[in-house]
Design a protein around this ligand. Structure first.
Ligand SMILES: [Fe+2]
Ligand SMILES: [Fe+2]
Length: 136
């Protein structure tokens, strides 16, 4: 059973961004599996690096699309991304110091929460506006 499963409730209706969300879910599920299976620091750290890199790139893509489409809630959405980016960087710095089971559990709770809350609320909200502006 994956940590988070893709469902239409998460879909924004923008294919390119849904595809990135699916990639992020896959990476998150791999990261979760590596923690649960007690994989070594090298493996867990590499998967975490990959997840954070893809997340930061994805946020940039979303922000570019929202800016291009004059999305009215762009600034609020970017502020939310800023909060998540900041928290991810803090976790990343701590993980680079030492990967501990407690830190990984705390990180997984944070990741699950932002994935589900942000994707199902903030991200889904831009769908109709971006589609109306011809972004797919
Ligand atoms: Fe997103
Ligand atoms: Fe977003």
């Amino acid at each position: 059973m994956p940590f988070i499963q893709w469902s239409d409730d998460i879909s924004t209706g923008i294919d390119s961004l849904d595809s990135e969300h699916k990639t992020l879910l896959t990476l998150l599920n791999s990261f979760y599996d590596s923690v649960q299976m007690g994989k070594g620091e090298m493996t867990v750290g590499r998967l975490l690096d990959e997840l954070i890199t893809h997340t930061v790139t994805h946020f940039s893509h979303e922000e570019a699309h929202m800016r291009a489409a004059d999305y009215p809630s762009f600034h609020d959405h970017r502020d939310e991304h800023d909060r998540i980016r900041h928290q991810l960087m803090t976790f990343h710095a701590m993980a680079n110091e030492k990967i501990t089971p407690d830190l990984m559990q705390e990180l997984l709770v944070f990741l699950k929460c932002w994935f589900l809350v942000h994707m199902t609320s903030c991200d889904r909200a831009y769908g109709p506006h971006l589609r109306a502006k011809g972004i797919t």
